[in-house]
Design a protein around this ligand. Sequence first.
Ligand SMILES: Cc1cc2nc3c(=O)[nH]c(=O)nc-3n(C[C@H](O)[C@H](O)[C@H](O)COP(=O)(O)OP(=O)(O)OC[C@H]3O[C@@H](n4cnc5c(N)ncnc54)[C@H](O)[C@@H]3O)c2cc1C
Length: 399
Amino acid sequence: MSRAGPRVVVAGLGAMGSAAAAALSRRGASVLALDPRGPGHREGSSHGESRIIRQAYFEDPAYVPLVQRAYRLWRELEADCGERLLELTSGVMVGTPTSVLVQGALASARRWQLPHRVLEAKDVQREFPALRPSPDQVGLVEPEAGVLAPELGVLCLLRQAAGHGAELHFGERLLGWEESRDGVSVRTDRSALAADLLVLCCGAWSGSLVGPSGPPLSVERQVAVWFRPQNVADFCAPRCPVYIAESSRGEFFYGIPSRDRQTAKAAQHHGGRTATAETVEREVSGADLESLREGLAGIAPDLASAPVDRASVCLYTNTPDQNFLIGRYPGAGSVLLAAGFSGHGFKFAPVVGEVLADLALLGSTEQPIGVFDPGRFEVTRAATGEPPGPVPVPPPARP
Ligand SMILES: Cc1cc2nc3c(=O)[nH]c(=O)nc-3n(C[C@H](O)[C@H](O)[C@H](O)COP(=O)(O)OP(=O)(O)OC[C@H]3O[C@@H](n4cnc5c(N)ncnc54)[C@H](O)[C@@H]3O)c2cc1C
């Protein structure tokens, strides 16, 4: 850490840590970033060939300005790295008119005047032959939705960080931290460091670093499957958009046209088993496939009966309200936390990096992040009699 700016340690080099390291180093911070695993590894949350990006955000209209900023930053990263990271395919959200998905997407589209159309079920099928909504469903189509390349995106962010002088230490793990008089003391499995700030971006491993009285996080196992449908052209862009469908039981299934034009990726959003990053079952079972096929039968029946090409296990790190945690670690002024992305964080990675750099270098950000305050669960804790506040020195993670 040799530059003149503040000394910042970034722990975790998945999507969020890589974006933070890139933004911080670009803006003059002296960055040391570490991760026990290698770039583009498949044990966390940022692998799997594709990620959806969309603007008519059913979860909450508060996310729309952030995702719009993220689109611009992904395009800038593409230009900087000379790689194609974002392909616009359009997107369709399918459900009954009163479903959480359609109502939520419509609320965001109206609030932010996003281009969109609402189609009846038969028109969804006519426009996108792979999709067969039931007659009581509608489809909200947004032209600006598309697909991101997650592994390449992370590599580009890492390249950018290194290009701006960040030291990247793969094979090095954060063990613990303690606030000091003038910053934070950081312990890794290789050394002890003094820094002005620590940025925690440890994904599904965050729980062991924030400790039992830190913000509540739970890890959920997710299975993504690539099918080989006979009519594969129907599952390729532009004939097939990215799609999310809400079933009559309130379950969410989604699909992404594959860039290889041979296969189509699909998965359930949530509905997975609670797990830990260390002990999660990483093999995909027959039962996993059966339950996905059952759900897909309601929206993309040709996938539900198609042979499987490949499958992968990935991890969600959920907060109780499924909103992110971004901000100062409660009670620790020298530690920033970016975690709990609850299965919908990837698209935001570059803007999360920018926000973390704002908080680290300016002390505040113009982006609307109030809803992500890591301290918001303290009130619930106090009401339920749980221990107040986080422990400033979390127990060491496993070496
Ligand atoms: C199947 C699946 C599909 C998804 N689909 C979408 C989608 O379509 N659109 C979307 O926007 N989002 C999607 N998401 C969510 C998105 O991918 C995640 O929110 C995002 O990738 C989380 O990034 P992260 O940096 O927090 O975690 P990760 O990328 O897992 O990074 C955490 C890093 O921390 C490191 N680490 C762990 N312990 C330590 C330690 N002690 N010290 C230092 N480093 C440590 C790990 O090795 C890891 O590299 C999906 C997620 C999954 C699993």
